[in-house]
Write a protein that binds this ligand. Structure first.
Ligand code: C2E
Ligand code: CA
Ligand code: CA
Length: 580
């Protein structure tokens, strides 16, 4: 019996079965094939025997790779091997056979062979490939909009940037956030929300069909604009998209309007990696969110620095009071007629060891934002009241201490209590304290502001309306809010030479204050001309650089000696024992 025709034991059952089997030698030459395999390929046995299996069975276009695969397995004989290979079929139909090669070890009677069992997996493979394709699609695409997702977008942008740099072009990334989408979702329902997002995606595709577009998150979309050379082109694209998104949506017989916050950044100028661009563009969107209206904000280095500084300041402000960096300076307020000091305004300063002096217009809003305003405000109030006490103890007649109060401070539930507690611990007659508020502070929550101000005013504290004339000037409420002083904003002292009567506004406001029996403090008095105009119209108190810049305690003390102090309070008040 010739060796090549030897059929190993147990093989007979498979000969007529529904699986294809073959016996090949250690280099892959076919020794035997079963009927099923012969039927599949329309061969007879002698056509196959003696040929290398992949030469005989596998179409030429993939033969090499199958041969390679078989080459890998021949040296590892102690485990079964799986080789997937198409089969040449007589009618040209594609069949895929999954072969499992198992080593048949040499015995005294039989040489080494591979026994291969092949299962027709054509049907299954097609399904699997479809499945894999779908899984791939779903992992890179957003199911709702069909747009690609953020991760894929990032990868593609990196590729875009590399080729753009080579061509000396730029890539613009636009990040579009739908304003207050969450409330639309909540009010109109999830289904409408989804329809809107779908429609937004369609509109972006219509505008920028050739660009890479992705759904970045819930209500955020990103667009990578390429094939361009200027930032203006990115801005134009962003405007175009915004216009389309802003036109009304009609869903289920209802109309909806969407607003957008858009940021953009440009590679390589703002960063040469997708990660950097995305970080920058979201900074730009955050800035857009702080602005009213549908804004498009371009990232810039300055903007990035500003945000960074803001973060640094937020961090630093936390320990600033304990480190003694928050200091109060005082600006004198003088009587319009006698030019004696009648009060001082406490103005906060932040001296940072590394960052230098930081303006209250910068750090007060930060303190409000990070919930530090109550602590900071109390610190300033305590310092000011202690300082006033010290001046009284030094023998100066009591004069008004004006302290600025931020809206957030006023809204704090313990505010009234805090103020009274500080007055008590510093032995201060409430009449010596003036709280300066802006109109916006009280307008925010009129009802509770009224209540707070009434209880403060009842105790004798005076309430000043700061920056008067620049806000809504809701005159009807001056009385209700217990306002006793108005501080005319310095803007009214700027000479308007082209006006027929440059003093008209000033005169009107002062007359108004007088009619309401209010004390009028003019701010920003910088020169003789200002004084002449104010003298003519009759303000009560002057405050400004002409008389005093905001000064340190020692400087103010010298000023008190120089100008003299005019106490506006009579001496019989119970809490003023320290007066001379
Ligand atoms: P404000 O209450 O209107 O304070 C007056 C501002 O005008 C001060 O600026 C003062 O230095 C400046 N000023 C005074 N006289 C003149 C002048 O003749 N000409 C010009 N051009 N300016 C003058 P400052 O100290 O930088 O304060 C700015 C703002 O910061 C204040 O405006 C106030 O709204 C806020 N602020 C300052 N300190 C505090 C504080 O302790 N608490 C709160 N909540 N806000 C404060
Ligand atoms: Ca003020
Ligand atoms: Ca002011």
């Amino acid at each position: 019996m010739k060796k090549v025709h030897t059929v190993p034991s147990g093989y007979e059952q498979e000969v007529h079965g529904e699986v294809a089997t073959m016996i090949v030698d250690e280099v892959g030459i076919i020794e035997h094939a079963n009927e099923h395999l012969l039927r599949l390929g329309g061969w007879d046995l002698k056509m196959l025997v003696g040929k290398v299996w992949y030469d005989a069975l596998v179409p030429v276009n993939v033969r090499m790779s199958v041969a390679q695969r078989f080459g890998f397995i021949v040296n590892v004989r102690n485990e079964p091997h799986y080789v997937e290979a198409p089969l040449i079929t007589p009618n040209g139909q594609q069949r895929i056979i999954a072969w499992t090669f198992t080593a048949q070890h040499e015995t005294d009677l039989e040489p080494f062979r591979w026994r291969a069992v092949g299962i027709d997996v054509t049907h299954w493979i097609k399904e699997r490939d479809l499945l894999v394709a779908r899984i791939d699609y779903e992992t890179v695409h957003d199911p709702l909009t069909g747009l690609m997702n953020g991760v894929t977008f990032r990868g593609m942008v990196d590729t875009l940037i590399r080729s753009a740099i080579e061509r000396e072009e730029i890539v613009g990334v636009i990040l579009l956030n739908i304003d207050r989408f969450r409330s639309i979702d909540e009010i109109a329902g999830r289904e409408i929300g989804d329809s809107l997002l779908f429609e937004v995606a369609q509109r972006i595709k219509r505008c920028r069909g050739n660009d890479i577009i992705a759904r970045w998150g819930g209500d955020e979309f990103t667009i990578a604009v390429s094939g361009i050379r200027t930032k203006e082109e990115v801005e134009a694209a962003a405007r175009h998209i915004a216009e389309h998104i802003h036109s009304p949506y009609h869903i289920d017989g209802r109309s909806f309007h969407l607003h957008t916050r858009i940021g953009l950044s440009v590679a390589p100028h703002d960063g040469a990696r997708a990660d950097d661009l995305m970080q920058h563009v979201s900074v730009a969107v955050d800035v857009a969110k702080t602005l009213r209206g549908d804004h498009i904000v371009s990232f810039s280095e300055a903007l990035g620095r500003q945000i960074e500084e803001q973060v640094v300041l937020e961090q630093e402000l936390h320990g600033a009071i304990e480190r003694g960096e928050i200091v109060v300076v005082y600006q004198a307020q003088v009587d319009a007629v006698t030019r004696e000091v009648v009060g001082v305004e406490a103005l906060a300063r932040w001296y940072h060891s590394r960052l230098g002096e930081i303006s209250p217009t910068v750090f007060i809003p930060i303190a409000e934002g990070i919930g530090l305003i109550r602590t900071l405000g109390l610190h300033i109030l305590r310092e000011s009241l202690l300082q006033a006490k010290q001046w009284r103890e030094m023998g100066y007649p009591p004069f008004r201490m004006a302290v600025n109060i931020s809206p957030r401070q006023l809204g704090h539930p313990t505010f009234v209590h805090d103020v009274f507690a500080l007055l008590a611990t510093t032995d201060t007659d409430p009449r010596f304290l003036e709280l300066e508020l802006t109109e916006s502070a009280v307008m925010e929550d009129m009802e509770s502001a009224t209540e707070v101000l009434q209880s403060l005013a009842r105790s004798g504290i005076s309430i000043a309306l700061d920056d008067f004339g620049t806000g809504y000037s809701c005159l009807a409420y001056l009385d209700q809010l217990q306002v006793s002083t108005i501080k005319l904003d310095r803007i009214f002292l700027r000479s308007s030479s082209h006006a027929k009567d440059p003093n008209a506004l000033l005169r009107g406001l002062i007359a108004l204050g007088k009619a309401l029996d209010l004390r009028i403090v003019a701010e920003g008095v910088e020169n003789e001309e200002h004084i002449a105009r104010l003298d003519h119209e009759g303000a009560d108190v002057y405050q400004g650089f002409f008389f005093s810049r905001p000064l340190t305690v020692d400087e103010v003390t010298r000023l008190l000696d120089q100008y003299g102090v005019k106490s506006e309070f009579d001496k019989e008040t119970p809490l003023t024992e320290n007066d001379n």
